[in-house]
Design a protein. Sequence first.
Length: 454
Amino acid sequence: MDVNGSTSYQVSDALRDRHPYSCDYSKVWIRGGGCGFGLDGVRDSILTVRNPDKSATEKEKALSHILCQLSSADMKSRLVKYNLIDALKEVALKTSAKCDKLVCQICRQLSMLPVSLAAMYFGGCCTVIVDILEQQDDIKVKIAAANAIRQIADTWDGRGLILDDHPPEGMISSSIIDPANEIDDPERRDAILFDRSEQGKRVVAQLCKCLSVDDPDLQLAALCCLDPMTTVEKGLQHALCETIFRDLNKIIEQHVNASNDNWLFDDRSTELVHKAVTVVWNVALDNLGKDVSCEVPLVPHTLGKALHQLVTYPDKHTHVKAAVTGALSTLFVKAEIKHTAVQGIYSPPQHVNGETIDLRYLLVKLLKQSNSLYEPLLKAKKSGASIPEDSEKELRGLKAVCVNTNQCIRLLAELPSARVQLKQILKDEDRTLLRQIFYSTQFENEFLGDEPRT
């Protein structure tokens, strides 16, 4: 405490940017006219934000104080009643980039509570987040907006609000009134409802644009939003209206086309590829998605290159292997993509032990690797041995890899030309592996020499 009686927060340099108060804001400002402690202080902060005569710095401090007070559900619901939503709308895109970032962070906190999330939707605050994502050039602000959208989209109810034109049934508290119902002017009311109906299309379009920005943090934030959004019909439809396959293929290709496999040892890069592959998988589950993927025929080859680097490390990144094989098994349902996939993934072709490195070779190798890791863990679990939580998770991941890889090989085997090389690759394998792949399929007799099942 100094001679003037003020006490400044002491925060390590490592935490300076993440602390809810800027280290330069002492308690003098909180006591002396910016805001006070408790509910009254937060109400004063809301008034500061809404006051057009206050400077950008004062509003930034007030928003920081509000953000710091949103840890409890009770405070979130109280601040909504004190017109916090209107304050956020009034200050967004009109003050400073830092204010916009704080608005997004506050919205992210509010969206954790269903009642305040519904208030954000009815109050037009969800649209404000999309506006910030679209209009702000500051990458950090865009990431904050994407993080707010991700928090909303993480739940089924939130996805309904951000993508649909109406809230899910049973989500809304009786104390929250839709402002559109209170407007007598039909044209203005219709304009509000139209903005909501267009919101889903806009948010997906802006997130897809973020994928083309050369910033891995922003790309990852956008992918974390698109992952849950593309699991529902409306999000999928909006994504297919964009060039999403080209953008996803470019992101994956930037990492796997490198002269080394450094991306496998960088957590952010690994997660970026994982999320991109997962969105490919989500979109390709739709029939129209499969058709659109034919316009980007290099997607299977790009996934094959990723798989080539992944199989170099049998006991690492099981979740990424599961996503890659899951995406391939979905794409291979389309005959045109299967024909592309049986070609070599490299130009000129690369060979190992006389075999061309293509998806058939890599999938068989991955299946053998996964079997060798899965069987001991499964045996230990069946014997009643205590398995660590990480091993339990790994067991589920390895099972997913085996199932997805099996499906990939079976789908490729539908092509006569693909079966020729599969026979060559599998000629020295034991019968157990052959039965795992082809048992009870139309190729059982061809590969196992047994009578086909009836």
